[in-house]
Structures are given as C-alpha cells and as structure tokens.
Design a protein around this ligand. Structure first.
Ligand code: ZN
Length: 231
C-alpha cells in the first residue's frame, strides 16, 4: 500500500471545479511531463512503481500550493467590512501559514500576526487568515508576503495603521546550504501609526511576546468576531 501512504502526505486539495479550470489553463499534462523530465534528470526511473503516479501527484500538489494566484481578494473579503465605533487595536495572533520560497520551490512556513487600528471600519476577523492564505499560497519571498498582507489591509480598510509580523522557518535554509536547523526569519511591515507612533508599535509588539495576555485587545476582537459569524 505504498502508493496510499504517499498520497496521505498530500494536503487536502481544493474543490474540483477550480482544479479543472486551472488544469485547462496550465495545459493538461504539461506540468506532469515536466515533473517526469525532472525525475529522469535526477537519475530516477519514472516508470518504476513508486514513481509512476508521482508527476500527477506533484502537479496536483503544486496547483494547490499555488492556488493563491487564482483567488480574487475582493471575493475573499466578500464585503465583510463593518462600520463600527471601535478605536482600539484589533489583533489576530498566530495565523499558521505555508508558502513556497520562489528561489528553491521549497516550503517556508510559520506564523503571521496581524494588527490594525480602525479608522471607521473593521473587517470580519476570519478574513485576516484568508488574506494571509491568498498571498502565502504563491511562490513567495517572506518580505513580499509580509508587505502584501499589510498593503491589502491598508487598501481595503483604510485604517489608521497596520502592523504585520511574520516568523518563518525556511526548509531551503534547514535542509541545504547553511543548514541552520533552528533559525527563524522574522519580517515586519508597519504602516500608518504603526510606523509613525512608537507607542502603538510597542503595544503591538508587546502583545506578540510569549506569555502576553493581551486580554483587553483580544476581548475587543472577540466581540467583533460575533459579527463575522453572521456573514
Ligand atoms: Zn529558498
């Protein structure tokens, strides 16, 4: 049952309609034959039992892992913007993400923390992880991923400020090259008052510290989440 266990290492692949559409656009079979060529270049026999369906699986996995290209940010947000009289910092910590480094096509993954200070609108809290997903499921560098998340929130919410911090492990560092097993790369993007006001920035960064309760801010955010459930 070797082939079954191999398939289990794949993530759950998105909906069939979307896949068909993309298969069509990419050109059915082209990606598969590229993977087959790569296996040959690696000195492998792509016809042996364990590899026979590998090109198909790899193509499917990569289409899923880069499905962010196909997603429209406005469709993802789906009007989950609410006008509220709320002027405290909204923060969502520890958003897990998985991405692929564009230099090696190897995974980098970790956690993303997003905060903003509303001007007159808030966004449904569940939309923040969705925004992270749209940009992480592409070929990326961590710096651009961080900026794109911040810019999107600036664009769609026009808040007083946005802070995004991404901490990630890069398998291209861990498995090859310098082989730094435990290093983590951290990037941040600060916009508006998060950039100009040191106190706002410090409040955000303090709340990211392990062990920080952040009770006031998170309670406020939880109230907003109830609105999002209705969307
Ligand atoms: Zn890399």
């Amino acid at each position: 049952m070797a082939s079954t266990s191999t398939e289990e290492c794949l993530p759950v692949v998105g909906d069939a309609a979307y896949r068909d559409d993309r298969d069509h656009r990419v050109g059915a079979g082209r990606m598969e034959s590229s993977v087959r060529s790569m296996l040959v270049e690696l000195g492998e026999d792509p016809t042996r039992e364990g590899l026979a369906r590998t090109p198909e699986r790899v193509a499917k996995a990569f289409r899923f892992l880069t499905s962010g290209y196909e997603q429209d940010i406005d469709a993802v947000i789906n009007n989950a913007l609410f006008t509220v009289d709320y002027s405290e910092m909204v923060i969502v910590k520890d958003i897990d993400f998985y991405s692929l480094c564009e230099h090696h096509l190897l995974p980098f993954f970790g956690r993303c923390h997003v905060a903003y200070l509303p001007r007159d609108k808030v966004i449904g809290l569940s939309k923040l992880p969705r925004i992270v997903e749209v940009f992480s499921r592409r070929l990326q560098v961590q710096e651009r991923l961080t900026n794109q998340i911040a810019e999107t929130i600036v664009d769609k919410l026009n808040p007083l400020g946005v802070g995004v911090v991404v901490e990630a492990s890069h398998l291209c560092m861990r498995m090859r090259g310098v082989q730094k097993q435990n290093s983590t790369a951290m990037t941040s993007a600060m916009r508006g008052v998060f950039r100009t006001d040191a106190r706002t920035r410090m409040e955000f960064l303090d709340l990211l510290r392990p062990g920080s309760s952040g009770a006031g801010v998170l309670r406020g955010a939880a109230e907003i989440e109830n609105d999002d459930d209705l969307v």
